[in-house]
Design a protein around this ligand. Structure first.
Ligand code: COA
Length: 339
């Protein structure tokens, strides 16, 4: 596509295809009110979630990722052999190792790619997008498949009403490449972390700090632990702040945004973030009502849905903003590159 020598650091890089996949089983709010001390109204009012999807016992993250990846590759009209890198952003890998990206590579038969997983909790997709764009701008890579996937049902305690109602399973995939049009693609990214937030959302056991044992399983320490109020309190102001900061340093305003795609953790977080930014809620893309918080899949699956609904056109100014465990958060500004 480019005549050598090329200064790749100046090359426009963007998303050239998108796909998503959700398991077929729908778990509506009345499922939980059937056996837990909760109600459909509480879940809807406090989170905006009506239903979420749950993977079948045979499905792991690489299976969900495979379906989303196939969709993205088909949209781009390429075969897996044309990929030179696969990144999977996930907190629910099939197993601790090998990387889920390698398992996906095997399913896709994408043997020309090097593959790795990236864990930045709910913010993994945006962190990985930044890595993918940077790899391409370094000149090292040309065509990267990036999948955000989580099988949250595998780490949920279905007796803990404060977490089990929040999450769902799903996958979103994008192809990231250099673009011919310098006006399009990723304009800027600002990522932040604050390890002091780590104690508010974590998975206690199964790592080197507390290896899995009969005792840890007995205590349910292989499930998510969350102090929801603390996460909530940090999430929306930081999301708003980082979003405004990246807009400002690019000389852009909220009014110029065509679409705001926030991580889907809680509708009230999205509303509060929009309020802080002075962003009309109509500009924020929301699908949490149907899928819950799918962790690494929220942003790419929102992009796929927004594109299918005709809310994204070539040149649309889009802001992606995320927040999650770590704490890790950030925002990316891009001009949509797909016709
Ligand atoms: N049904 C009924 N009551 C519930 C409930 C449920 N599913 N889950 C929690 N409650 C109860 C709590 O036990 C608490 O009861 P108490 O007052 O007797 O202790 C009460 O509701 C209020 O809990 P609180 O945590 O203050 O509710 P909240 O309005 O903050 O909503 C969350 C709880 C988890 C929905 C909310 O804090 C949240 O979304 N936090 C951020 C989560 C998040 O974004 N995580 C992922 C980051 S990527």
């Amino acid at each position: 596509m480019f005549n050598n020598p090329v200064d790749f650091s100046k090359v426009a890089v963007g998303i050239t295809a998108v796909g998503s996949y959700f398991p077929t089983e729908v778990v509506a709010n009345d499922y939980f009110s059937g056996y837990l001390d909760t109600s459909e109204a509480w879940i809807l009012e406090r989170t905006g979630i009506r239903e979420r999807r749950r993977a079948s016992p045979e499905q792991a993250s690489s299976d969900l990722a495979f379906e989303a990846a196939r969709g993205a590759l088909a949209m781009r009209g390429i075969v897996p052999a044309e990929l030179d890198c696969i990144i999977v952003a996930t907190v629910t890998p099939d197993m601790l190792f090998p990387a889920t990206a390698c398992l996906l590579q095997k399913r896709l038969e994408a043997f020309g790619a090097f593959c790795f997983d990236l864990n930045a909790a709910c913010s993994g997709f945006l962190y990985a997008l930044h890595v993918a764009v940077s790899l391409i701008r370094s000149g090292a890579q040309h065509r990267i498949l990036l999948v955000g996937v989580d099988t949250m049902s595998s780490i949920l305690d279905y007796q803990d009403r404060s977490t089990c109602v929040l999450f769902g399973d799903g996958a979103g995939a994008v192809v990231v490449e250099a673009l011919e049009n310098p006006e399009l693609g990723v304009l800027d990214t600002l990522l932040r972390s604050d390890g002091r937030g780590g104690e508010y959302l974590f998975l206690p056991a199964g790592g080197s700090r507390k290896p899995a044992s009969p005792e840890t399983v007995q205590e349910g320490e292989h499930y998510i632990r969350q102090f929801g109020k603390q996460v909530f309190r940090h999430a929306y102001p930081e999301m708003a702040k980082v979003s405004l900061e990246v807009l400002e340093r690019n000389g852009l305003t909220v009014a110029e945004l065509d679409l705001f795609v926030p991580h889907q953790a809680n509708l009230r977080i999205i509303e509060a973030c929009a309020r802080e930014m002075g962003l009309p809620l109509t500009k924020a893309f929301v699908n949490i009502d149907r899928y819950g918080n799918t962790t690494n899949a929220t942003i790419p699956s929102c992009l796929h849905e927004a594109y299918r609904e005709g809310r994204l056109h070539r040149g649309s100014l889009v802001q992606l903003t995320t927040f999650g465990a770590g704490f890790a958060w950030g925002s990316t500004l891009l001009r949509w590159a797909i016709e």
